[in-house]
Design a protein around this ligand. Structure first.
Ligand code: ADP
Ligand code: ZN
Ligand code: ZN
Length: 821
């Protein structure tokens, strides 16, 4: 009987494809193995087996697979289920999910190769030359382009191959070689014949005049002394150590050839280099102990528990306690962190406790490293993984607990490309499937999660005191209007903030300044004619970056050098308007020339270790002030920070989005939480034009519950999440009118189906044009209680296909973002 497989292909096509297995592989292939298949005319790609069966496809003849890459599954059945669930929920394809889930090392790299087509049975169509060429192919399995060229000599290779392709005699494919390479180190030891002190000494003598070889041996014996040779020779030493000792390479090679030294390779973990101190015992405070007990207790009745612990309460220590309990019970644990926090202090703390049993899954790690974690999870070497959002796609088989730290973070949502998934929400689904528990932790929980806790769907545990004797900081609003009137501002700094920074420098304390805008200034402005440089592909101003002497578009990356004179009127008087982190850094250096100032934002943290280096430097205490964007608000824990300054709080609060209040509360509360985390009480100074603002008042009072209560009323009144789900549709086209028209058509059709009140828009995108495409946005607000979300999505899907298959709208693109944040 013929055997067929259904596979997921890494392409945005919604269905599975069926291929045929050659007989000799029929027994070997399993669900979750990867295969190489031909797709379309001559594309070759890695696909994932999701089903093995005996039914040939009805609509097309099944092709043979080209290669089976695994004999044991690298993807589990639960993952295959998850890929499909995510695809359905977030309205994308399983192939797109697989694409983000699998590290590229598990996909293939390409180089053209030629293979004969096993389905070809028409020798009579071939010329003699073609026949002999085919004979070579059958013998060799496959050959490269170059080899084919050599075989054919004078012949026109491309023409020749084209004819064979046309006759379906051959297949061109991209060579499959697994990109994953384990990290190997070379080791060296003495042959066991010489591994006693006596024999080693005799050897030394016998080497006689070969001084260089003697040197190698002596070096080796300085690392493993004679008297330890009999026990320690076996495990050998890193070859690298001899190299570092600058012994002669050729002498070492000669000794290996002679069989005096043996060389072999061992595979090492890439994480061994991460410093790990001795394992540390922790002693929970009574309040932490109580929180931990409550969480464990609630897990007996709730699948999800929200842990609301104020900044500095020691949530990490509570997590550690709970992770240990889960690991002790024999299950796997996943600890999710927002992207940027990963390289920081928290990973080091976890590493100290869990050592090498912990895998780290981070987008800044190389692909090889990610493949290693993947395999480590698969064969259960890593029972515990700390990772960013994509680590929910690792091949867990026995997951008992998922912790989502800083669960309110919007970076858990993937924005682009599809799948536009929210890792917290997917984690909850996955846990449900695997009967695992979920612990969501935050000092400023999302409205969604706190609402679930209030209604009793999630358990709720609060920890309201800081660890040790630390107290929450004193938060003060600085009225910028008053300072402006009194003319007490220095540049954009209030006198209050400057004085506090100055005092901190004197007292050898540290300060953090938060401004959510990178670059020097948001734009340049000609003082003569008012000209402002804009991006030529996007409808935004170009941000001035002073050090780089460029104007940069923060949407598309376009950059140009700063003009010396205004291109419109020739005036040399160009002024930078507004304040970015770079400018704050510059100004602080000018105002406090004796102080050490560091900046942490996207521009200063592009390289792999930059982030850690800045934190390391700040930790040493040489630095007085750390200026930064969002990055400084998260997870940092420093002894001597007792002042936090917040620039431009109004900008955060007034952002035109229903979540801006929630976001501002979270960001400012989180950054405030960096202050005064030890004995001394910290101070937070927030510069604002509007001190009476509701959100700011709750921040000053450190009143999360109060903020929640007032915010949730508004959400309910306007039917925003958590009372509804939002699906955001972005309609794009280079032709503005066409984009608008398509958006209007789509909105109309959805209004007809769902009713006027559930559809908002279309409206121009917040930035109307990005990379030359015009954006129009439609929002679908679907009540959680009343709506059949599934049916609505299906209807929407149908309408989307309907729209873009209309000839007129052929070029139009629609991006669907389910649960847009
Ligand atoms: P959070 O994440 O809740 O803001 P952290 O977990 O960073 O707080 O803890 C704040 C500080 O208190 C850290 O320096 C941490 O090492 C310390 N800490 C918390 N709990 C303990 C404990 N039980 N024993 C020793 N140090 C602790
Ligand atoms: Zn001008
Ligand atoms: Zn641009």
């Amino acid at each position: 009987m013929d055997v067929f497989i259904d596979v997921i292909l890494p392409v945005p096509i919604p269905q599975f494809f069926t291929y045929r297995l050659p007989r000799h592989l029929a027994e070997l292939a399993k669900v979750g193995c990867r295969v190489v298949v031909e797709f379309g005319k001559s594309r070759v790609m890695t696909a994932l087996v999701v089903k093995i069966h005996g039914n040939p496809p009805e609509k097309y003849p099944a092709k043979y697979i080209q290669e089976l890459l695994d004999t044991e599954p690298v993807v589990t059945p639960t993952q295959i289920w998850l890929f499909q669930w995510v695809a359905e929920y977030y309205m994308c394809t399983a192939g797109e999910v697989m694409n983000v889930a699998l590290p590229s090392g598990l996909k293939i790299s390409s180089q053209s190769k030629i293979q004969y087509n096993p389905d070809f049975h028409h020798d009579e169509l071939l010329t003699d030359l073609e026949k002999s060429f085919m004979d070579v192919l059958i013998r060799e399995d496959s050959i490269s382009y170059e080899e084919a060229g050599r075989l054919l000599g004078e012949q026109d290779l491309n023409k020749f191959l084209k004819s064979l392709v046309a006759k379906h005699a051959i297949i061109l494919f991209e060579e499959v070689n697994e990109r994953y390479k384990p990290k190997l180190i070379k080791k060296i030891r003495l042959h066991s014949d010489y591994a006693t002190d006596e024999n080693a000494l005799m050897l030394l003598e016998s080497l006689g005049k070969a001084k260089k070889q003697q040197e190698v041996l002596l070096k080796y014996l300085s690392i493993i002394p004679l008297d330890q040779l009999s026990e320690k020779n076996e495990e050998g030493i890193d070859k690298q150590r001899l190299k570092e000792a600058e012994v002669s390479d050729s002498a070492l090679a000669a000794l290996i050839t002679k069989g005096i030294f043996e060389q072999w390779e061992v595979q090492v973990s890439r994480f061994d280099s991460l410093e790990s101190d001795s394992l540390r015992e922790i002693q929970l405070s009574p309040a932490q102990e109580a929180a931990s007990d409550q969480i464990m207790g609630l897990f007996s009745t709730k699948d999800v528990v929200l842990f609301h612990g104020i900044t500095g309460s020691g949530k990490t220590e509570v997590y550690i306690d709970i992770i240990k309990k889960a690991l002790d019970s024999g299950t796997q644990v996943l600890f999710l962190l927002p992207e940027i926090a990963l390289t920081t202090q928290i990973v080091r703390r976890l590493k100290r406790v869990f050592g090498d049993t912990m895998g780290i899954y981070h987008s800044r790690f190389s692909d090889n490293e990610r493949v290693e974690v993947w395999r480590g999870v698969l064969d259960q070497k890593f029972q515990f993984v700390v990772g960013v959002r994509s680590s929910i796609f690792l091949p867990f088989s026995n997951l008992g607990l998922i912790i989502v730290d800083e669960e309110h973070e919007s970076s858990y949502k993937q924005f682009d490309p599809a799948p536009r998934y929210h890792a917290r929400d997917v984690a909850i689904m996955l846990a449900l499937k695997m009967k695992a528990k979920v612990l969501l932790g935050s000092a400023t929980p999302s409205m969604e999660s706190f609402y679930q806790a209030q209604t009793g769907k999630y358990g709720l545990v609060s920890l309201k005191e800081r660890f040790g004797n630390a107290q929450l900081p004193h938060i003060r609003l600085v009225n910028m209007r008053v300072e402006r009137e009194k003319k007490t501002l220095t540049k954009e700094f209030s006198s209050v903030l400057l004085e506090a920074i100055g005092q901190n420098i004197e007292n050898k304390k540290q300060s953090i300044i938060f401004q959510n805008r990178r670059g020097y200034a948001p734009y340049l402005n000609c003082q003569q004619c008012n000209w402002i440089p804009h991006c030529n592909q996007c409808s935004v101003t170009l941000t001035h970056h002073l050090n780089a002497r460029t104007l940069i578009c923060h949407y598309c990356g376009y950059s140009e050098s700063v003009p010396r004179v205004c291109p419109a009127c020739g005036s040399p008087h160009l002024r930078s308007v507004g304040v970015g982190t770079e400018r704050i850094e510059d100004d602080l250096r000018e105002i406090f020339p004796e102080a050490g100032v560091l900046r942490m934002d996207l521009d200063t943290t592009r390289t792999k270790n930059a982030y850690e280096n800045i934190i390391g430097e700040f930790e040493t205490g040489e630095v007085d002030i750390l200026v930064g964007t969002q990055m400084v608000t998260k997870g940092l824990d420093f002894d001597r920070v007792n002042l936090v300054g917040v620039f431009n709080a109004d900008k955060l609060i007034n952002f035109p989005d229903f979540r801006s209040g929630e976001r501002a509360f979270q960001l400012i509360t989180q950054v405030s939480g960096r202050a005064g985390r030890r004995e001394e009480k910290g101070i937070v100074l927030i510069q604002t034009n509007n001190p009476a603002n509701r959100v700011l008042q709750y921040i000053v009072d450190s009143d999360y519950e109060g903020f929640y209560a007032s915010e949730i009323k508004e959400r309910e009144a306007y039917n925003y999440p958590p009372f509804s789900r939002i699906i955001e549709l972005t309609v794009k086209d280079v032709d503005r009118n066409l984009a608008q028209e398509a958006a209007e058509v789509l909105a109309k059709r959805m209004k007809d189906y769902l009713g006027e009140q559930r559809i908002l828009g279309p409206e121009r995108g917040l930035v109307e044009r990005i990379r030359n495409k015009f954006h129009f946005v439609i929002w679908m607000k679907l009540e959680k209680e009343k709506m059949n979300i599934q049916a609505t999505k299906q209807y929407l899907q149908k309408e989307l296909v309907h729209l873009i298959t209309e000839k007129k709208f052929k070029s139009v693109q629609v991006v669907v973002n389910v649960d847009a944040v």
